[in-house]
Design a protein around this ligand. Structure first.
Ligand code: NAD
Ligand code: MG
Length: 392
């Protein structure tokens, strides 16, 4: 007999949020929803809150507060608004807080949940990229647990023997290579947002889809793994695996290589986090290895995908640099989606902002949320200028 768990979902209207809601709806006897949050899509938030019988619905953009109240007026669902309300929702009693906001905006509520000692199922990799030292220290001090939702990190968590950490030689994250893995750099120069958003294996939000096309996503994931598993640069690598069947591997000193394999379906890692140490049934296709017949792997190409090279360099340059990398990338991806910046200029903007901020002497490791916010803001300002300079 399983215990019913209460969940708070930060970013409930997004791709990871929706996959989580799907699991909740399929397992009403296992999960109960406390708070749900969204940025501006108050209509979807109201629909989801009704469907799952949430106790709180929180909209980050305050101008939608009245409209959300009106949509939920005939229910007992408590409504609040503002980014402070999102952080407060993260602290409400819950067995697990699913942190699925995209971007730097996810850091504050993630930290708030950890400060309150909540178990956090972490999809918001940016929290670790921008303030991994602070995030891990906060969790340690409060005794909070962080469960990785990102499919590669979840795979690694599933095969990482906590009693044999000293015997780990290498952690490998696989990468699909994205929609442009077979394209030349010259082809990529003229890539459109529509082409870049068209991921071959995964259906995801806009930012992570573009980051997968530049392979910046894998770079962010290397940094995520560095903080999450406390491994050094020489102990983490990336292997391109276009089929997205093997998600993560751990190499031990005795030569054993342990891997987790699954269909590319985010409900699998999310379900793992939500039901630990139990497993819940997920419908859908099982892997048929005989049908797949062979699995392909290749070394990443750091020349055609300079974003990944920048992230590798940032691992050596420290936490401040990874926070700048993320902020510059967020701004450059938004400019690309807005058709103000070319696809290959995304990495150029990030490169330039890293150098400019380093020259300005601003690359210190953020010791608290305020530090992280100030660095993020400065990097966004520099990135805005760099985008304007490189505009198409
Ligand atoms: P998405 O764009 O589909 O959804 C983002 C969610 O965050 C939405 O609910 C949105 O309302 C909310 N949000 C956006 N900006 C906000 C703000 N300023 N304040 C408060 N809320 C805000 O994104 P996604 O693809 O679901 O990704 C969410 C996170 O999970 C990202 O960090 C991403 O890297 C990570 N992730 C996603 C996947 C995936 O398959 N989509 C896989 C692994 C990791
Ligand atoms: Mg991933």
């Amino acid at each position: 007999m399983s215990v019913r768990r209460s969940l708070t979902i930060l970013g409930a209207t997004g791709s990871v949020g929706q996959s989580t809601i799907d699991l909740v709806c399929r397992n009403p006897d296992r999960f109960d929803i406390g708070a749900l949050t969204a940025n501006k899509n108050y209509r979807d938030l109201a629909d989801i809150a009704r469907k799952v019988g949430a106790r709180h619905a929180v909209i980050s953009q305050e101008q939608h507060y009245d409209a959300l109240c009106a949509l939920l007026a005939d229910t007992d669902i408590e409504v609040s608004a503002g980014s402070h309300a999102v952080a407060e929702a993260a602290c409400l009693p819950a067995d697990i807080v699913v942190s699925a906001i995209v971007g730097f905006a996810g850091l504050r509520p993630t930290l708030a949940a950890l400060e309150c000692g909540r178990t956090v199922a972490l999809a918001n990799k940016e929290s670790l990229v921008c303030a991994g030292e602070l995030v891990m220290r906060t969790a340690k001090e409060s005794g909070a647990r962080i469960l990785p939702v990102d499919s590669e990190h979840n795979a690694i968590a599933q095969v990482l023997d906590q009693n044999q950490l000293h015997a780990v030689e290498m952690i490998t994250l696989t990468a699909s290579g994205g929609p442009f893995w077979k394209k030349t750099y010259a082809d990529m120069k003229s890539a459109t947002p529509e082409e870049a958003l068209n991921h071959p294996n995964w259906s995801m939000g806009a930012r992570i889809s573009i980051d997968s096309a530049t392979m910046m996503n894998k770079g962010l994931e290397l940094i995520e793994a560095h903080y999450l598993f406390a491994v050094q640069r020489h102990q983490i690598n990336v292997l391109v695996h276009p089929q997205s069947v093997v998600h993560g591997l751990v190499q031990y000193v005795d030569g054993s290589l342990l891997a987790q394999l699954a269909s590319p379906d985010m409900r699998i890692p999310i379900a793992h986090c939500l039901s630990l140490p139990d497993r819940i049934s997920i419908p859908g296709q099982r892997l048929n290895l005989a049908q797949i017949s062979s699995l392909e792997f290749a070394e990443p190409d750091l020349v055609r995908f300079p974003a990944l090279r920048l992230a590798l360099e940032v691992l050596e340059r420290g936490q401040g640099a990874s926070a700048v990398l993320n902020a510059a990338d967020e701004i450059a991806v938004a400019a690309f989606l807005d058709k103000r910046l070319g696809f290959t200029a995304i990495a150029d903007v990030v490169n330039r902002v890293l150098d400019d901020i380093e020259r300005a002497g601003l690359l210190a490791t953020p010791g608290c949320l305020k530090d992280a916010e100030m660095l993020d803001e400065a990097a966004r300002r520099y990135a805005g200028e760099a985008c304007a300079f490189m505009e198409i």
